[in-house]
Design a protein around this ligand. Structure first.
Ligand code: NAD
Length: 298
């Protein structure tokens, strides 16, 4: 593997090992095991694959996995009742409602119903507000994973210019909040940004979270830029279905200093960070002080 390629599989497996170790210590101290509840509605094939992986990895780190698979036609009130039940269940420390939900359900209403202390996806308005205020909170898993990668490869981001492409609540916006907290100078670009190419040329680091296959080209980036590719796009090549990112990987690999591949870059970090969040959520619920994230990851 080229030394320019950031091995997300390796970093994520190290995180899962640490989560397992700290979870084991928490169990020895309290006699309690963290529980992660996953709610899946309908038959979306991509969601089913994600949920299957999440369940497997939850069990691997020694946590309890609680699954609720519901019919596509479930009503909003039934979902709210389920979230309330999980909120009050002492065996559940983290709740994840897999998105997207069917159109007849108001996703924001469901996500905001989850108790903020069990909101391991970090999407509840309380957690979003805390993140932007620089307070400890549960942070959305994908940007948390990107920030852990960046800390690992570039200890100090002070003065670095990071261009984020994408302003979603799931990736782009929380990524910006995390990077500001790491003293980076942050530019957020989106579908209405003019001359994205010129903005990208000013970046020390690019985080691409757009959903457009291979959009970022080598002539957009500075020599030695660091590229974090969040995109996961299914495309057809030579009659085969493959996954590609939002960055033209083969093209940019020549010019950048470091890059996350797709698959095997940011993707595996998301599940590892979900387990990390479940661990972090469990300490206060078990009456224990929460260790610093850095002391878990060191
Ligand atoms: P989204 O559709 O919610 O947001 C996409 C963002 O891209 C929007 O803010 C939009 O303004 C911006 N955008 C669209 N077209 C653009 C253009 N031409 N130029 C500049 N900006 C443009 O998507 P999302 O949920 O943030 O996900 C983004 C990508 O990341 C997708 O490929 C998704 O599959 C992937 N993703 C990966 C993980 C992971 O675990 N690796 C997790 C979440 C999302």
């Amino acid at each position: 593997m080229s030394d320019k390629i950031i091995d997300g599989k390796l970093i994520s497996s190290e995180i899962r090992e640490k989560v397992k170790k700290f979870g084991g210590q928490l169990k020895s101290k309290t006699g309690k095991v963290p529980g992660l509840a996953v709610v899946l509605v309908g038959e979306n094939p991509a969601s089913r694959v994600y949920v299957k992986n999440k369940i497997e990895k939850t069990i691997e780190v020694g946590f309890t996995s609680i699954e609720h698979k519901l019919n596509e036609k479930v009503s909003e009130n039934e979902l709210i009742d389920l979230v309330d039940k999980l909120n009050n269940d002492k065996n559940v420390q983290g709740i994840l409602v897999q998105l997207p939900l069917p159109k007849h359900v108001d996703s924001d209403k469901i996500l905001d119903r989850i108790k903020p202390e069990k909101d391991v996806d970090g999407f509840h308005a309380n957690n979003v507000g805390k993140l932007w205020s620089g307070l400890d909170s549960l942070v959305p898993c994908t940007p948390l994973g990107c920030s852990i990668i960046l800390k690992k490869i570039s200890k100090d981001l002070s003065g670095k210019h990071v261009v984020i492409i994408g302003r979603s609540n799931i990736v782009g916006k929380p990524m910006a909040a995390l990077l500001l907290g790491m003293n980076a100078t942050v530019t957020i670009c989106h579908s209405r940004t003019k001359d994205l190419e010129s903005v990208c040329k000013t970046a020390d680091i690019i985080v691409a979270a757009v959903g457009i296959p291979e959009m970022v080209k080598s002539y957009w980036i500075r020599e030695d830029a660091i590229i974090i590719d969040v995109g996961i796009n299914r495309v057809e090549r030579d009659e085969k279905k493959i996954l590609v990112g939002d960055v033209d990987y083969n093209d940019c690999l020549k010019k950048c200093s470091l890059i996350t591949p797709v698959p095997g870059g940011v993707g595996p970090m998301t599940i590892a960070c979900l387990l990390l969040n479940t661990l972090l959520a469990s300490y206060p619920q078990f009456g224990e002080p929460t260790p610093d994230l850095s002391s878990i990851l060191e």
